[in-house]
Design a protein. Structure first.
Ligand code: ATR
Length: 268
């Protein structure tokens, strides 16, 4: 029997996950289906219950339900626990197992696909919402020094407080960044959705710096700014999307898909 999976979000119709997982399934010969399901904003838990009752094996969770998904889990992987958010669920033996593959996806894209070594690098993480929280611990564990910048400094400070005493994660306002330089600047704000640019000072990119926008599918003001400011490597978040999907696929199917041809196909 074909094993059923889905991605749940709101909105979700734009999601590339069904295409990515069907390419993975084709490539690895896995008998599975994968669809996009829009849950009502107040109906995430009910949607999960329905999927479990209908025999689905698991699902991905996207905006805005990752935090609620985390709360529904009966068992958590360490990255989901760190981020207090889950993007991958497995339904097994009456339990809901939760994982967060976003951080691993970002790391794989930066290190493997872009060939940028993270250890000892200085990163500026823009934003302090769910997207930023999801990648903070994995970046920290990769040996990256991190400054979190956010308009609402209190939110950045709350995230940085989780690393108190480590000496490598700090919260700053945008106007405190003048004169500072970074090897890596990651845009985890939702500013690109509104075609806006976070209020960055000039000159924040070190020579050879990588500018990374976690959004994909459009040239954001941040990526344009990075190009003008002389960032050497520039990437959107499409590779992260494919890599986090590959991690989820591995958790569900115990098979690692080759992400390269899938990413090439999506870029074409
Ligand atoms: P997500 O789950 O996608 O991270 P979120 O929790 O709503 O979404 O967080 C959005 C993030 O983008 C926040 O860090 C927000 O900054 P504030 O907390 O100061 O509001 C940030 N953001 C959104 N638009 C922005 C803009 N134009 N410039 C800078 N930051 C922006």
């Amino acid at each position: 029997m074909t094993d059923k999976y889905a991605v749940i979000g709101n909105p979700v119709s734009h999601s590339k996950s069904p295409l990515i997982h069907s390419l993975f399934a084709q490539q690895t010969g896995q008998d599975m289906s994968y669809e996009a399901i829009e849950a009502p904003l107040d109906g995430f838990a009910a949607t999960i219950e329905r999927l479990r009752a209908e025999g689905y094996k698991g699902c991905n969770v996207t905006v805005p339900f990752k935090f609620e998904a985390y709360q529904l889990c009966t068992r958590l992987g360490d990255r989901a626990r760190d981020a207090k958010a889950a993007n991958t669920l497995i339904f097994r033996d009456g339990e809901i197992l939760g994982a967060n593959t976003d951080g691993a996806g970002l790391l794989a894209d930066i290190e493997k696909n872009l060939g940028f070594k993270l250890m000892w690098k200085d990163a500026l993480l823009l934003g302090a919402g769910g997207a930023a929280a999801g990648v903070l611990w994995p970046l920290f564990n990769a040996g990256v020094g991190i400054v979190i910048a956010n308009r609402t400094i209190e939110k950045a400070q709350l995230l940085a407080d989780e690393f108190k005493g480590s000496g490598t994660v700090y919260a700053r306002r945008y106007d405190e960044l003048a004169g500072k330089q970074f090897d890596l600047v990651i845009n985890a704000t939702s500013s690109g959705l509104k075609d806006e640019l976070p209020p960055l000072p000039d000159g924040i990119f070190k020579p050879g710096a990588l500018a990374y926008d976690m959004m994909y599918g459009r040239e954001t003001p941040f990526l344009r700014y990075a190009r003008e400011q002389g960032a050497t490597a520039i990437s959107d978040g499409l590779g992260m999307l494919v890599e986090q999907a590959a991690e989820a696929f591995y958790l569900w199917r115990n098979v690692r898909p080759d992400t390269k041809p899938v990413l090439e196909k999506l870029r074409a």
